[in-house]
Ligand binder design. Structure first.
Ligand SMILES: [Zn+2]
Length: 81
């Protein structure tokens, strides 16, 4: 059992149409990936604000962060014993 396992990365982009940082892309992986490798890709994205969609390069992302499994799973492990 490993805790804090990475599920993937999330990239945030600025929409070229509405100008909002409402464009998200996922990079699903269970491994730790260098940010420069995540940015060195093209992502198909959609703006949550205005609905624009298209391809964006990871280099233009305003933010790259990783997501982890929720801690609720670890909390429930003691209940079955
Ligand atoms: Zn937009």
């Amino acid at each position: 059992m490993k805790t804090g396992k990475i599920r993937g990365y999330v990239l945030i982009f600025r929409c070229i149409k509405s100008g909002n940082n409402e464009v998200c892309a996922d990079y699903p992986t269970e491994h730790i990936i260098p940010e420069e490798r995540i940015r060195d890709r093209i992502y198909q994205v959609r703006c949550n604000s205005c609905g624009w969609n298209g391809d964006v390069c990871g280099l233009s992302a305003v933010c790259v962060s990783h997501t982890q499994e929720p801690k609720a799973r670890a909390a429930g492990q003691g209940l079955g014993l």
